[in-house]
Design a protein around this ligand. Structure first.
Ligand code: IPE
Ligand code: IPE
Ligand code: MG
Length: 262
């Protein structure tokens, strides 16, 4: 007989200590999952979980900025989330309006710049307007970039990039053998960021699901993954510290050999 013991990264991380003077990942990406389950546990409608999740976004944004994270990417709505009931989708489309209109003054005060990536022209006008206002109001900020993935899907992103590159080849402006990783990376939605900030060093997913759900497929080639059972509305400053403590304990080799002395 043989028994399999499984240990989640979260349980391991509780034994680790967060070192605020240690390595802080420059780009942290979070799949904010579990809002619906948080609400259902309280016999509330799912949208109550999304509302509470918005407060978590504020808490984590401020804390990430205090820790010196350079880019915080938050997966807010996927290209697949349109499959949800109309009521829920409508609520999610209105959330950015509420969020930005209330939170922008604090973002300005904290020198945080807003960026949003995704197929934004498919969003309702009022959502697009709120995004445009937040980007405009924070455009001169030089601190952390708060990057929302909204109506974002990584496969679609890669297809769009390939179409753009193919169009260049068609026009005769590019040879097919000039296509390399750098060029493809430039055409992805994260191409907006300077090169060293494009790929998240740490990818967090809450709610206990251990999958990627079409998020940043190219960009996470060498990211460290951290999964926690906490539901997004319950995630707090200590949760982020636990995730970073786990990151700090990893030995990143990028296919090479450990740099640590044996
Ligand atoms: C994440 O929470 C937010 C979005 C996907 C918009 P969910 O709404 O997916 O919550 P669960 O996974 O159903 O609990
Ligand atoms: C991923 O969560 C998308 C966001 C967090 C915005 P989902 O809840 O949509 O993912 P699945 O359906 O569990 O894979
Ligand atoms: Mg979910």
């Amino acid at each position: 007989m043989f028994r399999l013991f499984s240990k989640k990264s979260e349980e391991v991380a509780t034994e680790l200590t967060f070192d605020s003077t240690g390595a802080i990942p420059k780009h942290v990406a979070i799949i904010m999952d579990g809002n619906g389950r948080w609400a259902q546990k309280r016999f509330l409608p799912r949208v109550a979980g999304h509302k509470e999740g918005m407060n978590t976004v504020k808490t984590i944004t401020k804390y990430a900025s205090n820790l010196g994270i350079k880019v915080l990417t938050l997966y807010a709505f996927s290209t697949e989330n349109w499959k949800r009931p109309d009521d829920e989708v409508n609520f999610l489309m209105k959330l950015p309006v509420d969020f930005f209109d209330n939170f922008v003054p604090e973002l300005v005060e904290k020198n945080i710049r807003v960026h949003v990536m995704g197929y934004l022209n498919q969003l309702p006008d009022f959502t697009q307007d709120a995004i445009a206002r937040a980007i405009e109001a924070t455009k001169n900020n030089t601190g952390m970039i708060l990057n929302f993935a909204l109506n974002y899907g990584s496969r679609a992103e890669i297809v769009t990039a390939v179409q753009e590159i193919a169009a260049q080849v068609e026009k005769g402006n590019l040879l097919s053998n000039e296509i390399d990783e750098g060029l493809l990376s430039n055409h992805l939605m994260t191409g907006f960021f300077e090169e060293e900030l494009r790929d998240p060093e740490l990818l967090v997913r809450t709610s206990g699901e251990e999958r990627i759900s079409n998020f940043l497929l190219w960009q996470i080639a060498y990211s460290e993954f951290y999964f926690t059972n906490e539901l997004w509305p319950d995630f707090n400053e200590e949760s982020l510290e636990r995730a970073i403590a786990s990151f700090q304990s990893r030995n990143r080799r990028f296919g090479g050999l450990s740099t640590e002395k044996k």
